[in-house]
Design a protein around this ligand. Sequence first.
Ligand SMILES: Nc1nc2c(ncn2[C@@H]2O[C@H](COP(=O)(O)OP(=O)(O)OP(=O)(O)O)[C@@H](O)[C@H]2O)c(=O)[nH]1
Ligand SMILES: [Mg+2]
Length: 439
Amino acid sequence: MVMEKLGGSLQDALKKLVKSGRIDEHTVNEVVKDIQRAMLQADVNVKLVMTMSNHIKERAMKEDVPSGMNPREHVIRIVYQELINIIGKGTDIPLKPQKIMMIGLQGSGKTTTTSKLARYFQRKGLRPAVICADTFRPGAYQQLKTLCGKLNVTFYGEEGNPDAVGIVERGLKEVEKYDVIIIDTAGRHSLEKDLIEEMEQIHAIAHPDYKLLVLDGAIGQQASEQARAFNDSIGISGVVISKLDGTAKGGGAISAVSETNSSIAFIGVGETPEDLEKFESDRFISKLLGMGDIQGLIEKAQENLKEEELDMEAMMRGRFTLKDMYKQLETLNKMGPMKQIMQMLPLGGMGVKVPEEAYQVTGEKLTKYRVVMDSMTEEEMLNPRLIGSARIKRISMGSGCGPDDVRELLKYYKTMQNTMKGLRGGKFNMQKMMKKFGM
Ligand SMILES: Nc1nc2c(ncn2[C@@H]2O[C@H](COP(=O)(O)OP(=O)(O)OP(=O)(O)O)[C@@H](O)[C@H]2O)c(=O)[nH]1
Ligand SMILES: [Mg+2]
């Protein structure tokens, strides 16, 4: 996972909150302290961390708990919102004809990201072309040419010619018929004057619609200074944070984004051209906080269920009967693989362990369970505790399934029932939670 360490510590902080008996000033202070430590360890700028924690404390104590929400959920929601505030909404790079200029220090990931972007637009049905304006590093031309060749992306470059500005001028004419033109530029060790000058000249000639600053996710506090210098010279329209797949802490880059008032467009999560993710802050933060990809779940549910409603309340009700379970399973089964769905629910991060068996319900098993249940009486469905060995025998004979199948179903029911209890014990209302996050 991206930024695993920060995510882990933030999740621990929230788990503590979920488990604590009372939400008072002391509890909030404790949780805020944990969050502070987590953010600082991830290299987030001290000032930002302080501002954020003051906001959380103030809002948690002063704002009324919205109706229908318990104090825990109220605090979690504030943490979530304040994190989004720091990280910002993402920049949306539209899917239309445009010119994009890549900028950044040496080794930050510009060239790799150039090829990833070309691939991104190609997949969306736009025709990309790439211009190599890096005349500084030997091998830059070959690197980009090879990457483009593999993707079947049109490439323009002039090997051996040191005149980057001229190359861009000629390249733009050469590929003007393409939809998205991406210009890869040279990086330097640090912000040398000649790098800035060359960048400004290319900028003046190319008139790019977007200028994407690539920041290495592993970079620390110096990220802000860099971002500011690039911003002052040609302006940044979006940031790509690269290498977030590794052990990168990410906080330095995030601080830079916040301080320069820019925003993240994409994140790089690997070395191949496919390893680029469009940045969406709510998804990002949900994942970081272990709340699961709630939005994704909702979208999926809407796609697959259309008019049908996912009856979360049945899962949370005090009496969870076999009938409830069956209805639930049928609904979930329509949504796709069980495990995928369960993982998107905010269970894991909230201290509820979902047993592995809960995931293993395939369509085939569901059919079997249906046959078994068809031989049960209404009374048995509503009160499964009645089903002893004599009844198991009868159900088995009536359904034509083996007694082991009946037992398996009952065992599965028990597992699910316990999971539901765990959810209630955790004082967590999934449906309310979803509503709160704008769904
Ligand atoms: N794991 C991982 N590696 C990446 C990612 N992005 C880039 N890299 C690696 O980082 C190294 C540098 O990437 P480049 O794209 O060449 O960086 P650059 O900014 O073009 O470098 P210069 O042209 O020298 O300024 C390469 O080895 C890439 O494979 C990423 O998202 N994840
Ligand atoms: Mg490069």
